[in-house]
Design a protein around this ligand. Sequence first.
Ligand SMILES: O=C(O)CCC(=O)C(=O)O
Ligand SMILES: [Fe+2]
Length: 198
Amino acid sequence: MDLPETVDASDSWQNSVRKLIGSDKVTVHHWRIEPTQAGPLAHTRRSMSAHTDGTHLPRPPDYVALGCISPPSFGGATFLLDGHDLIPKLRVGMAAALREPRWYWRLPGADRTRLAAPRAVLAEFGRIRWWRFALWPVDGVQESVADELDTILIQQQPSVKVEWTSQCALLFDNARMLHGREAFDGSRVLRRAHLWVN
Ligand SMILES: O=C(O)CCC(=O)C(=O)O
Ligand SMILES: [Fe+2]
């Protein structure tokens, strides 16, 4: 990726991403991801299980870009898993359950009153929407399917594993690739962009 001088300069970061995708019709939302005193899981030093971003949104971002502003002193690799590799590993009943539009997502920390409309985990064209942490299971059966899927994901060999160094960046299809990260020590600052292409 042709990175700007510093990924901290958000304007040039957005423009680089637009150029890379080859479209001006890209909506970009970006954040700094770094450990803070309190806040969502992304803003801790803890690991994050394989997920897609924006599970609670009617339209999750099409792409996610991550760029390293400052690497951690230990750990903190980000990994990608190909959702398409998962499909043949699912039991027939499990795949059917994941295709039903009855999975409720919430913003982490939000309660039941703030659940988004239910969606399918596996949608048309191989699209996947998944984060165990943000799921509000409707019943015990759904909960055990969810745990089974997370177990499969943990056993899956990552397609890509990035040990961050400064200025390193990663851009991936958020409908196809799941991502997660390992726990880390020290301060680790990433820039994260969500992209919607029209
Ligand atoms: O810290 C990372 O490597 C990824 C963070 C992440 O997945 C997120 O913020 O959604
Ligand atoms: Fe994420």
